[in-house]
Write a protein of this length. Sequence first.
Length: 255
Amino acid sequence: MAEKKQIQDPLDLDQAMSSSEAFIIKYKNKFLAGIAAIVIVVGGVLGYQHFISEPNEKKASEALFKGEQYFMADNYEFALNGDSLGFKGFLNVANEFGGTDAGKLANAYAGICYAQLGQYENAVKFLDKFNANDQLVSPALMATMGNCYVQMGQLDKGAATLMKAADKANLPKKARAAFEKELAKLERIPMQAPDYNVQLNYLQTLTTLPWGKKTQDNLNLNNAERQLNRDHYGLEKVKERILEHLAMLRVSGKM
């Protein structure tokens, strides 16, 4: 019996090979089409990233740069809607490059601009489009939304949003206690009271401080000089003094 089995195994193997070859020949076109489809999909993804996504990200970042300058100068109208010199505004950047990180960031900028201009409904609309997990950015934007709700007279929603911002900010125990105390005080103050906005801004500030976050000091003088020249026009004596101070810190090794 064992000898008969040894004779049959090669036959079974040949038969299986023949069946497989016949199956492959029969469905060869479908196999090739499937492989071609995979290649096209993979190539399409890589091509999109290389030829569309990355260039769009660069264009969006470049478009955002001028708006950030207006924003830092508190010129929220130009930052939001653009100028006559070629900058189209955060609204245009958010609309044109919405799929990029810079385009999404434009939503956050637009929301803050609207808040600063007193257009609170629009501010909430754009702030809500931006999702951030950063421990510093996320609480700050959520606190701004809370401020907007309060300004629109939706005190309960505003207080709840400010509380969420405090949760995300991971306030230390004492800061959290102070926050809750001042929030309860805000709920008792009439909106017409002179101290109302002061109280509201104080609460918002508490949630935007970098509680527990640390950064490593960068005392590279060349980098510092580039940053100063990029962000601050003129002020040569001031910048020179800053660089001298950084140089002394490098030598002493102390902050």
